[in-house]
Design a binder for this molecule. Sequence first.
Ligand SMILES: Nc1nc2c(ncn2[C@@H]2O[C@H](COP(=O)(O)OP(=O)(O)OP(=O)(O)O)[C@@H](O)[C@H]2O)c(=O)[nH]1
Ligand SMILES: [Mg+2]
Length: 375
Amino acid sequence: MRRWFRRRKEEEPQPEPATPPPDAAAAGAEMEPQAAAPEEVPPTEVADAASESGVEAPDTASPAEEEPRKGLFRRFRERLSRSREALAGGLDRVFLGRREVDAEALEDLEEILITADLGMDTTLHLVHALEERLKRRELADVERLKAALGEEMLNLLQGPPPLKRTARPWVVLLVGVNGVGKTTTIAKLAHLERLQGRVPLLIAGDTFRAAAVEQLEIWGERVGAPVIKQKTGADPAAVVFDGLAAAQARGVDTVFIDTAGRLHTKVNLMEELKKIFRTAAKKLPGAPHEVLLVLDATTGQNALSQARIFHEAVGLSGIVLTKMDGTAKGGVALAVAHETGLPLRYMGLGEGLEDLRPFDAHAFVAAILGGDEVG
Ligand SMILES: Nc1nc2c(ncn2[C@@H]2O[C@H](COP(=O)(O)OP(=O)(O)OP(=O)(O)O)[C@@H](O)[C@H]2O)c(=O)[nH]1
Ligand SMILES: [Mg+2]
């Protein structure tokens, strides 16, 4: 499905509210979330400063800001240490005692990239680009190779800037299969809103699971955001309708809609999401303004088929990649960006409220390739 999404994206220039195609795939056949490989997630500490919510590439800091930003970047790198070990560590091992970069070295690199979960398409794309550079004699040594790899990765990760808010309330719908981190991500996003002085409101659109509403309420209380809910089993679209009415009445800035990750059948989930979408648009023309797909990085390449199915159903505006901490599969971020053409918006780096970072391509590449600065 190489660049299947990219073509679609080119046809639909940004910024545009995501619009669900009339006949979205009822083909939810591959939707069952495959259990993530059991990976040990290290206990996460909650970041201690509000200003730590966004990672900046280290090279943009002024001298006065340099120290805290260095600390911030160090922490970011720490969380991505297993992915860095897979990529930068793999490279170092391949080039141990080897000076020259040749075709054989690029073959070894190919293996490393596949092992780090970049997937076949993205790996070949990167390796071909490096082969061209090798032909032009631009890869004299391992350091040049690393720098070139970093540049090519950055090219893959450059997406359009975040959508400009043109409405109030600004409505964000979160979708994704069960357990990927939708509800937790909503809490983290609401927290980011609060830090920026905005007023968020949460809508409990997951009425399928009894504990789902309760979980959102607990987060809402912690963050200081009202939660609009109905009882378990209620029609999620009706909850969304009520929630948007409440958001308008209260004059909040941002609305986050939580949705279920699993229903009785897979087709139902897509139909329900489409209904939520239509209802939101009916209540508030232009809403939802953003549709974010939450993907669990530990599921690796399975994330790609999820992205495809959800994009067909509701039209996605961006991706949130969660559980990047503690996994060696962080390279999947590159596959997702390359193969979907959708912008990566946020990265989940732990279970705490502060553990969500706006996606920063420079910081990410620097963190997984082991250097301090790239590009
Ligand atoms: N380590 C880590 N854990 C995370 C992250 N994001 C979410 N989690 C954990 O993943 C688990 C599932 O998160 P939820 O937010 O309940 O996922 P969900 O998508 O809402 O799940 P359903 O409501 O069942 O569809 C929780 O234990 C979260 O703490 C992350 O970035 N890192
Ligand atoms: Mg949930």
